[in-house]
Ligand binder design. Structure first.
Ligand SMILES: Cc1ncc(COP(=O)(O)O)c(C=O)c1O
Length: 352
């Protein structure tokens, strides 16, 4: 294949959060009917919230500025100060939300050993606190699906955890930032996943292309409480229907095309294996993510990244030695081919 020297636009494989809105979204945003959402007057937000609740099989939903906001609002609303929250140790809430639950909710996160977001019920039993003068109260369990490791947690594991929580009389919150990717992989409706939690947060701003926003979903009384807490945290937004308009297209339309991103991720994984020295984590190709390591002694990640940038490709530095690439709406098969050919050019220096 003949190599182009540069590419006409950026191929951004860092995350699905980089997706910009589609033309249809931009037009819907301009034309959106809006009102003051703090008064509950914004018809577009109200419609998005109704549809979000319906899709998750729950009573009510609330539009929030980000995934982190939605997760932290859920923790704040479910718990009391001083509680302990049981959470798989590799989950986003524990790893990537700046320790917010200690600051906002004043709760401790008690980590559970996990296998890509899956937990062993025996570990949950061991870490749950029975009533004792010396113990904090176990106030909540948090799960994540799809998990940011690229794996989808099986429904059976979510069911086991939820059953345990119900026996103990505590709630389960699901970080479903990518619940539609999980549903696509499992070939179920998202409500079948959300069946095993009391609240779920999902993002319209990741692979679904909306520019901003997430939804927190749960019972009517939980969402009423969360609405007041959202105001307390400064997340009461006014004519936010302009954003909800894009969210509606994300929810109704973009959720139906995620299989394409998953197939592209598998195609990318397969082609990466053509490059000597690259080892793909083949057991973690459930969604739109590909993880790989480079097993070449002299290999320099920053140099590789710079080389790619000069060719209009963006990828992140590795975390704990592992690169992550993410496919999304703006990544087509040809872009993957271009990335692979560029990678082959770079790696050829190690074999000549
Ligand atoms: C699994 C998961 N949960 C929550 C979030 C937080 O979303 P936001 O970046 O909108 O705060 C992310 C962000 O990438 C995520 O991957």
């Amino acid at each position: 294949m003949k190599m182009a020297t540069s590419h006409p636009r950026w191929i951004d494989l860092r995350s699905d959060t980089v997706t910009i809105p589609t033309q249809e979204m931009l037009e819907a945003m301009v034309q959106a009917e809006v009102g003051d959402d703090v008064y509950g007057d914004d018809p577009t937000v109200n419609l998005l919230q109704e549809k979000a609740a319906e899709k998750m099989g729950k009573e009510a939903a609330l539009f929030v500025p980000s995934g982190t906001f939605g997760n932290q609002l859920a923790i704040f609303t479910h718990t009391q100060s001083g509680d302990e929250v049981l959470i798989p140790e590799s989950n986003h809430i524990l790893e990537h939300e700046v320790g917010a639950s200690a600051v906002i909710s004043r709760v401790g996160l008690r980590p559970l050993p996990d296998q890509y977001g899956q937990v062993d019920i025996k570990d949950l039993e061991k870490r749950y606190r029975e009533e004792d003068l010396h113990h904090p109260r176990t106030g909540l369990i948090c799960m994540e699906n799809a998990h940011s490791s690229g794996k989808v947690v099986p429904l059976s594991n979510l069911q086991e955890v939820y059953q345990f929580a119900q026996e103990k009389g505590i709630s389960v919150h699901l970080d479903g930032a990518r619940i539609f990717n999980a549903a696509t992989f499992l070939k179920v409706k998202p409500a079948q996943i959300a069946l095993y939690c009391d609240s779920v947060m999902f993002c319209v701003s990741k692979g679904l292309c909306a520019p901003i926003g997430s939804l927190l979903v749960g019972t009517r009384s939980f969402i009423e409480k969360a609405r007041k807490n959202r105001k307390l945290l400064g997340g009461g937004m006014r004519q936010v229907g302009y954003l909800a308009a894009a969210g509606l297209i994300a929810l109704e339309k973009m959720t139906k095309r995620l299989q394409e991103d998953h197939e592209n991720a598998r195609y990318l994984a397969k082609r990466l294996q053509e490059i000597e020295g690259i080892k793909v984590a083949e057991d973690r190709l459930d969604i739109n993510m590909v993880f790989f390591t480079v097993e070449i002694e002299r290999f320099s990640p920053p140099e590789f990244i710079q080389f790619l940038e000069e060719k209009n490709i963006k990828i992140n530095l590795p975390r704990e030695g592992e690169f992550r690439l993410v496919t999304h709406y703006w990544i087509k098969k040809e872009d993957i081919d271009y990335f692979i050919e560029t990678g082959k050019t770079y790696f050829s220096r190690y074999y000549t």
